[in-house]
Design a protein. Structure first.
Length: 380
C-alpha cells in the first residue's frame, strides 16, 4: 500500500473513525484503525467495536492499493502533530506503516488485519432527511436520555418512521423530549431478513451514536438514514456511522403529553432562562425551584433558610388560572434551552402533573415534557 493525501483531510478522517475505537478494547485489534487505499484514488479509515462503526472516506493519490490495521490513537496523535498544509505519504514498509510529512518520518507497527472483525454491511437507505434538521432534532432530544444502564432503553433515542415524518424521542423518566423532522422514505429499498431497510416502525439507537451523527450532519444537506431490525446507519458524502439497536421501546408519548390545559403561560425564552440561572446558585442538589405564575410575570423563587433565599421575575402572559409549581431547576433549564424560538409556551393541567414546553405554533417541531416536584405547600 502506498498513497499521498492532504494532512488535514487525513486528520479529519482519522478523528471521525476513531469514534468507534474503544478506549479500553476487549481485544487488542479493536484498538486499531482499518486503512484501505483503493484503486479509485480514495482512502477509507474505519473503526469498529462490534456494536458501532465509523467510516470516513477521502480522495487521495493511490500508488499501490492495499489494506492494513494500525493503532488508532497513536495514528491520530501523530497526524495532528504533522505540519499543516503539507501532504502526508503512507506506505507499507515490511510490517510497518511508514508515514512521511515534511521532515517527519515515522514507522508505526501494524496490527494483525486477519484478526479484525468484518465491518457491518450497510443496506440500502430507508430514506433521506435534511442533515441540519436531523442534527438539530438529535441535539434537542439526546439531552433527555440517561446514562443509567440499568434501563437500557432510557440511554437511547427512539426513531419512529412514518409516511413523511421522522420522530425522535427520549426520556429519563423526569423529562420527555420529542422532535419531528420531515423525511422522504425510500420505497425502492431492498433487503432481506434482518438487513431489510424499514420505512415504517420504530427502533431505539444509543444516544452517543445519535450525538456523533449530529456532528457530521449539521453542515450537510441530504443525509441517508437506514433502520433495520438490528442496525442503525446514517451517512453523508464521505462519512458513515452505524450502531446496533437497543431492544425494547419507549412509552407512547402521545398518551403522556396533555392536549388540554388549565393554564398556559408565554414568556421570552432567553429572559426566563436567565432568570432561572440567576437564582440557581441558592439551590442544593435536591432543592426545588418554585415558579409563581400569574398574568404579567413569572416569579422564580429558590433557596432555604440555611443557604439563603432569593427570587427574580420574568415578564409573562397567562391564560387561565394563576398557579404555583415546583421543578428541578436543572431539568427545567435543560428543556427550556432546547427551544430556539424567542417565545416559550408553558402548558399546565395541575401543579402536580407534567408541564409541556414548546414554542407557540411549533409543537409539531419540538416539545418537552417535564415532571414537577410535589410539595406539601403546593396544592393540586
Amino acid at each position: 500500500m502506498k498513497l499521498t493525501i492532504d494532512t488535514d483531510k487525513l486528520a479529519d478522517a482519522a478523528q471521525w473513525a476513531l469514534r468507534a475505537v474503544p478506549g479500553n478494547p476487549p481485544a487488542p485489534v479493536l484498538a486499531g484503525l482499518r486503512i484501505e487505499a483503493a484503486g479509485d484514488n480514495t482512502l477509507t479509515l474505519a473503526g469498529f467495536d462490534y456494536y458501532r462503526s465509523a467510516r470516513a472516506r477521502e480522495d487521495c493519490e493511490v500508488s499501490e492499493p492495499g489494506t492494513l490495521l494500525v493503532p488508532g490513537r497513536v495514528l491520530i496523535e501523530l497526524v495532528k502533530g504533522f505540519p499543516k498544509g503539507r501532504p502526508t505519504t503512507l506506505a507499507l514498509d515490511g510490517t510497518d506503516l511508514a508515514l512521511s510529512c515534511g521532515t517527519a518520518h515515522i514507522l508505526l507497527p501494524t496490527l494483525p488485519l486477519n484478526e479484525y472483525p468484518a465491518l457491518p454491511t450497510i443496506p440500502d437507505a430507508s430514506g433521506t432527511v435534511d442533515g441540519a434538521a436531523l442534527a438539530q432534532a438529535a441535539a434537542r432530544v439526546t439531552v433527555a436520555t440517561t446514562t443509567d444502564e440499568t434501563i437500557p432503553t432510557l440511554t437511547g433515542v427512539e426513531f419512529t418512521l412514518a409516511d413523511t415524518t421522522l420522530t425522535l424521542s427520549a426520556t429519563d423518566r423526569y423529562t420527555f423530549h420529542v422532535a419531528h423532522v420531515p423525511w422522504t422514505p425510500n420505497k425502492a429499498a431492498k433487503g432481506k431478513g434482518k438487513n431489510k431497510p424499514c420505512t415504517s416502525g420504530s427502533a431505539i439507537v444509543p444516544a452517543d451514536i445519535v450525538r456523533d451523527a449530529a456532528r457530521i450532519l449539521a453542515d450537510d444537506g441530504a443525509a441517508e438514514l437506514t433502520l433495520t431490525e438490528s442496525l442503525f446507519a446514517v451517512s453523508v458524502p464521505g462519512r458513515w456511522a452505524t450502531s446496533s439497536i437497543i431492544e425494547g421501546g419507549l412509552p407512547d408519548y402521545s398518551t403522556l403529553f396533555p392536549t388540554e390545559f388549565a393554564s398556559v403561560a408565554t414568556a421570552d425564552t432567553e429572559t426566563l432562562a436567565d432568570t432561572i440561572k440567576r437564582v440557581m446558585p441558592l439551590l442544593g442538589k435536591a432543592d426545588p425551584l418554585i415558579l409563581d405564575i400569574a398574568d404579567g410575570q413569572i416569579t422564580v423563587r429558590a433557596g432555604t433558610d440555611d443557604k439563603g433565599r432569593g427570587h427574580d421575575q420574568a415578564p409573562a402572559d397567562l391564560t387561565g388560572e394563576p398557579l404555583k409549581v415546583a421543578f428541578n431547576a436543572g431539568l427545567l433549564l435543560k428543556t427550556l434551552q432546547q427551544i430556539d424560538e424567542p417565545i416559550t409556551q408553558l402548558g399546565f393541567t395541575t401543579p402536580t402533573k407534567p408541564a409541556l414546553l414548546h414554542a407557540p405554533d411549533q409543537a409539531d417541531t419540538f416539545q418537552g415534557l417535564i415532571m414537577p416536584i410535589r410539595l406539601s405547600s403546593i396544592s393540586g
